[in-house]
Design a protein around this ligand. Structure first.
Ligand SMILES: Nc1ncnc2c1ncn2[C@@H]1O[C@H](COP(=O)(O)OP(=O)(O)OP(=O)(O)O)[C@@H](O)[C@H]1O
Ligand SMILES: [Mg+2]
Length: 145
């Protein structure tokens, strides 16, 4: 499904819808080039999950991982840009996080660790404030919910 995002507000609305789809054991994978809006969309998801529109959601591009205690359980926001591959992720304890909610930037690094119940959003640039989102939902967990 292609979903045009005409403005930041449209990206925030998609984030709220993705938060409604997320649940423990489910992952949202955010693909697309540098500056496409992956962290901006992750921030919208986490703000909706935490029911706090001002929640501070820094990019995890240096820290790799930020964990949030949400009313619906723990949510982990990862940026895998600096990760070499699956071995690094296993060493960090990735398999322990699979039962929680996951929001993952640069998901191509997951390889065989890609969670089965993962919704993939591929963002592309369509203008200064415009983006295009291609949404691919897993079998058995349609989006929108
Ligand atoms: N409709 C929109 N949706 C998302 N971001 C937008 C939109 N319009 C403008 N932007 C801007 O585009 C930038 C996207 O940056 P962001 O850090 O979210 O990208 P990213 O994909 O996470 O990049 P990186 O690969 O470096 O982590 C932000 O400055 C954001 O304000
Ligand atoms: Mg980012």
């Amino acid at each position: 499904m292609q979903r045009p995002l005409a403005s930041l507000a449209a990206t925030e609305a998609l984030g709220a819808a993705l938060a409604a789809w997320l649940a423990p054991g489910r992952a949202v994978l955010l693909a697309g080039p540098l500056g496409a809006g992956k962290t901006t969309l992750a921030r919208a998801i986490l703000r909706a999950l935490c029911e706090n529109p001002e929640l501070d959601v820094p990019s995890p591009s240096y820290t790799l991982l930020q964990t949030y205690d949400t009313p619906r359980g723990p949510a982990h926001h990862l940026d895998l840009w600096r990760i070499a591959g699956e071995g690094d992720l296993i060493e960090l304890g990735f398999e322990d996080w699979l039962a929680d909610m996951l929001i993952i930037e640069w998901p191509d690094k997951l390889g065989a660790l890609t969670p089965p119940l993962a919704l993939t959003i591929t963002l592309s640039l369509a203008g200064p404030e415009q983006r295009m989102a291609c949404v691919m939902a897993p079998a058995g967990a349609p989006f929108p919910p």
